[in-house]
Write a protein that binds this ligand. Sequence first.
Ligand code: ZN
Length: 203
Amino acid sequence: MSREVRECHADERIQEVCREFINVIATCTGDDPKREGLLDTPSRIADMYEFLLSGYKREEEIPKLMSRQFEEEDYNQIVSVTGIDYFSLCEHHLAPFFGKVHVGYIPQNKKVVGISKIPRLVDIFARRLQQQERLTHEIAETLDKYLQPKGVIVVVEGIHLCMRSRGVETPNATMKTSAVRGAFRNDPTLEQKFYEIIKMNNL
Ligand code: ZN
């Protein structure tokens, strides 16, 4: 968590709240909040959430990551990085959602970012309280801002445990979101081409 959050004693406070949460569940269900399996649960939860929310404190890495560009000789085709695994936290239920991110862009002024930088960017935005739509948008927005490509497209596939674990209507559903900008928006055949690239990745 960020320096500011640490100064708020987030770890202790989360533990306190979790202890109370477990007490409420126990009181209402007749479970024993003092049984051994639950004793260290508050501190385990605090540790886990510090990791799941670690993207906030890494925000400052973004300009550095995106500045690691190299010049590619007038490459005007789609540069794509597909099948990037991510793990995030649904802000509506504090339950995990996870899946794959696919990114494509068409460079302009020879600006291409190092291939390993995109998965790191995805991770920074994923590890926070999120919505899949916003995650998709933030990745596209950042690439647009730093690379100023001719076009950018981001497609995110997500399995949401808040939906699947409750077995609501479509327990096997996968959510798909996309952000399409510039040339990909203006030319539907480019967008189509990108979806074909994603399919190739799944072979
Ligand atoms: Zn949810």
